[in-house]
Design a protein around this ligand. Structure first.
Ligand SMILES: *Cc1c(COP(=O)(O)O)cnc(C)c1O
Length: 382
Protein backbone atom coordinates (compact mmCIF):
# COMPACT_ATOMS: atom_id res chain seq x y z
CA UNK A 1 0.00 0.00 0.00
CA UNK A 2 1.38 3.41 -0.88
CA UNK A 3 1.16 6.17 1.70
CA UNK A 4 -1.23 9.05 1.04
CA UNK A 5 0.02 12.13 -0.80
CA UNK A 6 0.88 14.98 1.57
CA UNK A 7 0.11 18.40 0.07
CA UNK A 8 2.32 21.39 0.80
CA UNK A 9 -0.67 23.37 2.06
CA UNK A 10 -4.27 22.59 2.84
CA UNK A 11 -6.76 25.35 3.64
CA UNK A 12 -7.97 24.92 7.21
CA UNK A 13 -11.42 25.89 8.53
CA UNK A 14 -11.73 27.44 11.96
CA UNK A 15 -15.45 26.84 12.57
CA UNK A 16 -17.74 29.73 11.70
CA UNK A 17 -16.86 30.37 8.04
CA UNK A 18 -20.12 28.89 6.65
CA UNK A 19 -22.30 30.66 9.24
CA UNK A 20 -20.78 33.99 8.44
CA UNK A 21 -21.00 33.44 4.67
CA UNK A 22 -24.69 32.64 5.08
CA UNK A 23 -25.16 35.79 7.16
CA UNK A 24 -23.41 37.90 4.55
CA UNK A 25 -25.65 36.51 1.80
CA UNK A 26 -28.81 36.91 3.89
CA UNK A 27 -27.79 40.45 4.81
CA UNK A 28 -27.73 41.45 1.14
CA UNK A 29 -24.40 43.29 1.12
CA UNK A 30 -21.75 41.18 -0.60
CA UNK A 31 -19.64 43.84 -2.33
CA UNK A 32 -16.80 45.71 -0.60
CA UNK A 33 -17.10 47.89 2.54
CA UNK A 34 -19.93 45.78 4.01
CA UNK A 35 -20.62 44.82 7.61
CA UNK A 36 -18.16 41.90 7.74
CA UNK A 37 -15.39 44.03 6.23
CA UNK A 38 -16.06 46.54 8.95
CA UNK A 39 -15.92 43.91 11.69
CA UNK A 40 -12.73 42.33 10.35
CA UNK A 41 -11.10 45.76 9.96
CA UNK A 42 -12.17 46.77 13.47
CA UNK A 43 -10.71 43.58 14.92
CA UNK A 44 -7.36 44.29 13.23
CA UNK A 45 -7.50 47.95 14.18
CA UNK A 46 -8.21 47.21 17.84
CA UNK A 47 -5.47 44.64 18.01
CA UNK A 48 -2.78 46.55 16.13
CA UNK A 49 -3.80 50.04 17.25
CA UNK A 50 -3.40 51.44 13.74
CA UNK A 51 -5.16 54.53 12.34
CA UNK A 52 -6.62 52.87 9.28
CA UNK A 53 -7.19 49.31 8.08
CA UNK A 54 -8.33 48.78 4.48
CA UNK A 55 -9.18 45.24 3.42
CA UNK A 56 -7.95 44.65 -0.12
CA UNK A 57 -8.25 41.98 -2.78
CA UNK A 58 -4.65 40.88 -2.08
CA UNK A 59 -1.40 41.80 -0.40
CA UNK A 60 -0.08 42.64 -3.87
CA UNK A 61 -2.82 45.27 -4.21
CA UNK A 62 -2.06 46.66 -0.76
CA UNK A 63 1.62 47.00 -1.75
CA UNK A 64 0.56 48.76 -4.96
CA UNK A 65 -1.41 51.20 -2.82
CA UNK A 66 1.70 51.98 -0.76
CA UNK A 67 3.61 52.87 -3.95
CA UNK A 68 0.75 55.11 -5.12
CA UNK A 69 0.41 56.76 -1.72
CA UNK A 70 4.10 57.63 -1.59
CA UNK A 71 3.82 58.95 -5.17
CA UNK A 72 6.89 57.01 -6.15
CA UNK A 73 7.96 57.94 -9.68
CA UNK A 74 10.74 56.99 -12.12
CA UNK A 75 14.05 58.08 -10.62
CA UNK A 76 13.07 57.10 -7.09
CA UNK A 77 14.76 54.12 -5.51
CA UNK A 78 13.26 51.48 -3.26
CA UNK A 79 15.28 49.12 -1.05
CA UNK A 80 13.91 45.62 -0.67
CA UNK A 81 15.08 42.05 -0.16
CA UNK A 82 15.72 39.81 -3.16
CA UNK A 83 14.67 36.89 -0.98
CA UNK A 84 10.93 37.59 -1.13
CA UNK A 85 7.82 36.94 -3.15
CA UNK A 86 7.66 38.78 -6.47
CA UNK A 87 4.78 41.01 -5.27
CA UNK A 88 7.13 42.99 -3.04
CA UNK A 89 8.98 44.05 -6.20
CA UNK A 90 6.27 44.43 -8.87
CA UNK A 91 4.24 46.89 -6.80
CA UNK A 92 7.16 49.35 -7.09
CA UNK A 93 8.40 48.29 -10.54
CA UNK A 94 5.04 49.22 -12.08
CA UNK A 95 5.45 52.85 -10.99
CA UNK A 96 8.96 52.92 -12.46
CA UNK A 97 11.04 52.73 -9.28
CA UNK A 98 14.63 51.55 -9.32
CA UNK A 99 14.83 48.41 -7.19
CA UNK A 100 17.90 48.19 -4.96
CA UNK A 101 18.02 44.61 -3.72
CA UNK A 102 19.78 44.15 -0.39
CA UNK A 103 21.05 41.00 1.28
CA UNK A 104 19.40 39.23 4.21
CA UNK A 105 20.54 38.36 7.70
CA UNK A 106 21.39 34.69 8.31
CA UNK A 107 19.37 34.44 11.49
CA UNK A 108 16.11 36.19 10.55
CA UNK A 109 16.24 35.74 6.74
CA UNK A 110 14.93 39.32 6.64
CA UNK A 111 16.81 42.45 5.49
CA UNK A 112 20.27 42.79 7.01
CA UNK A 113 20.29 46.24 8.66
CA UNK A 114 24.03 46.69 8.09
CA UNK A 115 23.52 46.11 4.36
CA UNK A 116 20.56 48.53 4.34
CA UNK A 117 22.69 51.17 6.07
CA UNK A 118 25.32 50.79 3.35
CA UNK A 119 22.80 50.87 0.52
CA UNK A 120 20.69 53.81 1.62
CA UNK A 121 21.15 57.27 0.08
CA UNK A 122 19.04 60.34 -0.73
CA UNK A 123 17.39 58.69 -3.76
CA UNK A 124 15.82 56.01 -1.56
CA UNK A 125 12.16 56.84 -0.91
CA UNK A 126 11.16 53.62 0.80
CA UNK A 127 12.58 50.53 2.49
CA UNK A 128 10.30 47.52 2.21
CA UNK A 129 10.99 44.79 4.72
CA UNK A 130 9.59 41.25 4.85
CA UNK A 131 9.22 39.39 8.14
CA UNK A 132 10.16 36.04 6.65
CA UNK A 133 8.28 33.07 8.11
CA UNK A 134 6.65 35.46 10.61
CA UNK A 135 9.97 36.23 12.33
CA UNK A 136 10.77 39.94 12.93
CA UNK A 137 13.35 41.31 10.49
CA UNK A 138 15.57 43.49 12.78
CA UNK A 139 12.69 45.94 12.65
CA UNK A 140 13.91 48.33 15.37
CA UNK A 141 17.23 48.85 13.56
CA UNK A 142 15.49 49.30 10.21
CA UNK A 143 13.13 51.87 11.73
CA UNK A 144 16.11 53.83 13.06
CA UNK A 145 17.92 53.78 9.72
CA UNK A 146 14.79 55.00 7.91
CA UNK A 147 14.18 57.69 10.49
CA UNK A 148 17.72 59.01 10.08
CA UNK A 149 17.61 59.02 6.26
CA UNK A 150 14.04 60.20 5.71
CA UNK A 151 13.02 57.05 3.80
CA UNK A 152 9.58 55.58 4.51
CA UNK A 153 9.53 52.16 6.15
CA UNK A 154 6.98 49.71 4.75
CA UNK A 155 6.42 46.27 6.27
CA UNK A 156 5.33 43.54 3.88
CA UNK A 157 3.87 41.53 6.74
CA UNK A 158 2.30 38.77 4.64
CA UNK A 159 3.72 36.14 7.02
CA UNK A 160 3.66 37.82 10.40
CA UNK A 161 0.19 38.90 11.49
CA UNK A 162 0.07 38.89 15.34
CA UNK A 163 3.83 38.24 15.61
CA UNK A 164 5.85 40.68 17.72
CA UNK A 165 9.37 41.95 18.32
CA UNK A 166 10.20 42.77 21.96
CA UNK A 167 6.48 42.77 22.68
CA UNK A 168 5.49 45.18 19.90
CA UNK A 169 3.36 43.78 17.08
CA UNK A 170 4.78 43.56 13.58
CA UNK A 171 3.00 45.88 11.18
CA UNK A 172 3.06 48.76 13.69
CA UNK A 173 6.63 49.91 13.03
CA UNK A 174 6.38 51.13 9.43
CA UNK A 175 4.36 54.09 8.13
CA UNK A 176 2.39 51.39 6.32
CA UNK A 177 2.21 47.63 6.46
CA UNK A 178 0.48 45.01 4.35
CA UNK A 179 -1.12 41.64 5.07
CA UNK A 180 -1.98 38.65 2.90
CA UNK A 181 -4.97 36.38 3.36
CA UNK A 182 -4.04 34.13 0.44
CA UNK A 183 -4.88 30.45 0.81
CA UNK A 184 -1.32 29.64 1.90
CA UNK A 185 -1.14 32.20 4.72
CA UNK A 186 -1.92 31.76 8.44
CA UNK A 187 -5.29 33.50 8.18
CA UNK A 188 -7.03 33.16 4.88
CA UNK A 189 -10.09 33.84 2.76
CA UNK A 190 -8.73 32.36 -0.48
CA UNK A 191 -7.42 35.62 -1.91
CA UNK A 192 -7.25 38.78 0.16
CA UNK A 193 -5.07 41.30 1.91
CA UNK A 194 -5.02 44.49 3.91
CA UNK A 195 -3.26 47.83 4.06
CA UNK A 196 -2.56 49.18 7.55
CA UNK A 197 -1.68 52.85 7.87
CA UNK A 198 0.20 54.12 10.90
CA UNK A 199 0.89 57.61 9.51
CA UNK A 200 -2.15 59.85 9.79
CA UNK A 201 -1.01 62.03 6.90
CA UNK A 202 -1.53 59.16 4.46
CA UNK A 203 -5.00 58.11 5.63
CA UNK A 204 -7.28 60.55 3.77
CA UNK A 205 -5.71 59.95 0.39
CA UNK A 206 -5.67 56.20 1.05
CA UNK A 207 -9.46 56.33 1.39
CA UNK A 208 -9.74 58.07 -2.00
CA UNK A 209 -7.43 55.63 -3.79
CA UNK A 210 -9.30 52.75 -2.20
CA UNK A 211 -12.68 54.08 -3.36
CA UNK A 212 -11.70 54.18 -7.05
CA UNK A 213 -10.36 57.71 -6.88
CA UNK A 214 -13.55 59.20 -5.40
CA UNK A 215 -14.33 60.92 -2.12
CA UNK A 216 -17.00 58.35 -1.38
CA UNK A 217 -15.65 57.82 2.13
CA UNK A 218 -16.06 61.53 2.99
CA UNK A 219 -19.60 61.32 1.53
CA UNK A 220 -20.46 58.30 3.71
CA UNK A 221 -19.22 60.22 6.75
CA UNK A 222 -21.47 63.16 5.79
CA UNK A 223 -18.51 65.47 5.13
CA UNK A 224 -19.58 66.26 1.54
CA UNK A 225 -23.09 66.15 0.01
CA UNK A 226 -22.17 64.21 -3.14
CA UNK A 227 -19.21 62.14 -4.15
CA UNK A 228 -17.09 62.62 -7.20
CA UNK A 229 -13.90 61.62 -8.98
CA UNK A 230 -10.90 63.36 -7.31
CA UNK A 231 -7.70 61.36 -7.84
CA UNK A 232 -6.29 58.11 -9.20
CA UNK A 233 -7.30 54.84 -7.58
CA UNK A 234 -8.59 51.39 -8.33
CA UNK A 235 -11.02 48.73 -7.24
CA UNK A 236 -9.01 47.61 -4.22
CA UNK A 237 -11.83 46.52 -1.89
CA UNK A 238 -12.41 42.98 -0.66
CA UNK A 239 -15.87 41.41 -1.22
CA UNK A 240 -17.87 41.11 1.98
CA UNK A 241 -18.30 37.38 1.25
CA UNK A 242 -14.57 36.97 1.65
CA UNK A 243 -14.49 39.30 4.64
CA UNK A 244 -17.09 37.06 6.33
CA UNK A 245 -14.87 34.01 5.80
CA UNK A 246 -11.85 35.99 6.97
CA UNK A 247 -13.53 37.26 10.13
CA UNK A 248 -14.25 33.68 11.20
CA UNK A 249 -10.52 32.96 10.97
CA UNK A 250 -9.35 36.16 12.67
CA UNK A 251 -11.67 35.51 15.62
CA UNK A 252 -9.91 32.17 16.14
CA UNK A 253 -6.44 33.72 16.01
CA UNK A 254 -5.26 32.33 19.36
CA UNK A 255 -6.27 28.77 18.50
CA UNK A 256 -4.81 29.02 14.98
CA UNK A 257 -1.47 30.35 16.26
CA UNK A 258 -1.37 27.73 19.01
CA UNK A 259 -1.93 24.92 16.45
CA UNK A 260 0.89 26.30 14.35
CA UNK A 261 3.19 26.65 17.37
CA UNK A 262 2.54 23.01 18.30
CA UNK A 263 3.05 21.91 14.71
CA UNK A 264 6.44 23.65 14.73
CA UNK A 265 7.33 22.02 18.03
CA UNK A 266 6.37 18.59 16.74
CA UNK A 267 8.58 18.91 13.65
CA UNK A 268 11.42 20.09 15.90
CA UNK A 269 10.98 17.07 18.18
CA UNK A 270 10.91 14.63 15.26
CA UNK A 271 13.75 16.13 13.26
CA UNK A 272 16.39 17.99 15.24
CA UNK A 273 17.94 15.01 17.00
CA UNK A 274 17.96 12.99 13.77
CA UNK A 275 19.27 15.57 11.33
CA UNK A 276 21.71 17.83 13.15
CA UNK A 277 24.48 15.23 12.70
CA UNK A 278 24.01 15.45 8.94
CA UNK A 279 24.72 19.20 9.04
CA UNK A 280 21.09 20.22 8.57
CA UNK A 281 20.35 23.67 10.06
CA UNK A 282 17.12 24.72 11.74
CA UNK A 283 15.40 28.05 12.20
CA UNK A 284 16.52 29.92 15.32
CA UNK A 285 14.40 33.06 15.76
CA UNK A 286 15.83 35.79 18.02
CA UNK A 287 14.93 35.21 21.67
CA UNK A 288 13.06 38.51 21.94
CA UNK A 289 10.79 37.56 19.01
CA UNK A 290 7.25 36.20 19.25
CA UNK A 291 6.96 34.52 15.85
CA UNK A 292 3.76 33.77 13.91
CA UNK A 293 4.82 30.22 12.88
CA UNK A 294 4.07 30.79 9.21
CA UNK A 295 6.24 28.01 7.82
CA UNK A 296 8.66 25.24 8.69
CA UNK A 297 11.95 25.13 6.85
CA UNK A 298 15.38 23.51 7.15
CA UNK A 299 18.67 24.34 5.43
CA UNK A 300 20.42 21.35 3.86
CA UNK A 301 24.25 21.35 3.75
CA UNK A 302 24.49 22.06 -0.01
CA UNK A 303 22.22 22.99 -2.92
CA UNK A 304 22.97 19.65 -4.52
CA UNK A 305 21.82 17.83 -1.41
CA UNK A 306 18.72 20.04 -1.16
CA UNK A 307 17.72 19.36 -4.77
CA UNK A 308 18.24 15.61 -4.35
CA UNK A 309 16.28 15.51 -1.08
CA UNK A 310 13.47 17.51 -2.67
CA UNK A 311 13.36 15.10 -5.59
CA UNK A 312 13.22 12.05 -3.31
CA UNK A 313 10.48 13.52 -1.11
CA UNK A 314 8.34 14.52 -4.06
CA UNK A 315 8.77 11.04 -5.58
CA UNK A 316 7.67 9.69 -2.20
CA UNK A 317 4.44 11.73 -2.38
CA UNK A 318 5.45 14.42 0.11
CA UNK A 319 5.16 17.87 -1.38
CA UNK A 320 8.12 19.71 0.11
CA UNK A 321 9.24 22.77 -1.81
CA UNK A 322 11.90 25.47 -2.06
CA UNK A 323 11.46 29.20 -1.70
CA UNK A 324 12.17 31.87 -3.09
CA UNK A 325 14.05 32.04 -6.37
CA UNK A 326 15.95 35.30 -5.68
CA UNK A 327 14.52 38.28 -7.53
CA UNK A 328 17.75 40.15 -8.21
CA UNK A 329 18.81 37.84 -11.03
CA UNK A 330 15.35 36.89 -12.25
CA UNK A 331 14.69 38.06 -15.83
CA UNK A 332 11.79 40.31 -14.75
CA UNK A 333 13.99 42.43 -12.52
CA UNK A 334 16.50 43.41 -15.22
CA UNK A 335 14.80 46.68 -16.32
CA UNK A 336 14.38 47.86 -12.73
CA UNK A 337 17.40 46.56 -10.92
CA UNK A 338 19.71 49.17 -9.44
CA UNK A 339 23.33 48.04 -9.13
CA UNK A 340 24.55 44.52 -9.70
CA UNK A 341 26.33 43.42 -6.56
CA UNK A 342 26.16 39.84 -5.37
CA UNK A 343 23.86 38.90 -2.52
CA UNK A 344 25.80 35.96 -1.03
CA UNK A 345 23.51 35.14 1.88
CA UNK A 346 20.39 35.32 -0.29
CA UNK A 347 21.95 33.01 -2.88
CA UNK A 348 23.26 30.60 -0.28
CA UNK A 349 19.96 30.34 1.63
CA UNK A 350 17.80 30.15 -1.50
CA UNK A 351 19.94 27.24 -2.71
CA UNK A 352 19.78 25.22 0.50
CA UNK A 353 16.32 25.89 1.92
CA UNK A 354 13.65 23.21 2.02
CA UNK A 355 10.11 23.95 3.19
CA UNK A 356 8.03 21.13 4.61
CA UNK A 357 4.26 20.68 4.31
CA UNK A 358 2.85 22.95 6.99
CA UNK A 359 -0.73 24.05 7.67
CA UNK A 360 -2.92 24.75 10.68
CA UNK A 361 -4.74 21.39 10.65
CA UNK A 362 -1.68 19.19 10.05
CA UNK A 363 -1.97 16.06 12.23
CA UNK A 364 0.51 13.81 13.96
CA UNK A 365 0.38 11.03 11.38
CA UNK A 366 1.20 13.51 8.63
CA UNK A 367 4.04 14.96 10.65
CA UNK A 368 5.44 11.50 11.16
CA UNK A 369 5.16 10.65 7.48
CA UNK A 370 6.90 13.87 6.39
CA UNK A 371 9.64 13.44 9.00
CA UNK A 372 10.34 9.86 7.91
CA UNK A 373 10.45 10.88 4.27
CA UNK A 374 12.88 13.73 5.00
CA UNK A 375 15.15 11.70 7.28
CA UNK A 376 15.34 8.86 4.75
CA UNK A 377 16.09 11.27 1.91
CA UNK A 378 18.83 13.07 3.88
CA UNK A 379 20.45 9.77 4.87
CA UNK A 380 20.37 8.64 1.23
CA UNK A 381 21.85 11.82 -0.24
CA UNK A 382 24.45 12.73 2.38
C1 LIG B 1 2.09 35.83 -0.21
C2 LIG B 1 2.97 37.02 -0.25
C3 LIG B 1 2.63 38.20 -0.93
C4 LIG B 1 1.46 38.29 -1.85
O1 LIG B 1 0.25 38.07 -1.24
P1 LIG B 1 -1.09 38.04 -2.11
O2 LIG B 1 -2.15 38.24 -1.09
O3 LIG B 1 -1.13 36.70 -2.78
O4 LIG B 1 -1.01 39.17 -3.08
C5 LIG B 1 3.46 39.30 -0.80
N1 LIG B 1 4.57 39.25 -0.07
C6 LIG B 1 4.96 38.13 0.58
C7 LIG B 1 6.20 38.16 1.39
C8 LIG B 1 4.17 36.98 0.49
O5 LIG B 1 4.58 35.86 1.09
Amino acid sequence: MTSPFVPFNRPSLSGREFDYLQMAIDGGHISASGPFSQRAAELLQAHLQTDTVLLTTSCTDALEMTALLLQITPGDTVILPSFTFVSTAIAFARVGARLRFVDIDRQTLGLDPKAVQEAIDETVRAVVTVHYAGVPSSIEELAEICEASGATLIEDNAHGLFAASRGRLLGTFGAMSTLSFHETKNFSCGEGGALLINDDDLSDRAQVLYHKGTNRRAFELGQVDKYTWCDIGSSFGMSDLLAAYLLAQLEQRDQILECRRLATQRYDDLLRGQLEDFGVEFAAPPLDATPAFHMYYVLLPTKRCRDAVLGSMNADGVHATFHYIPLHNAPGSAPYRDGDGDLPVTEDVAGRILRLPFFTSIDEATHQRVATSLIDAVAKHS
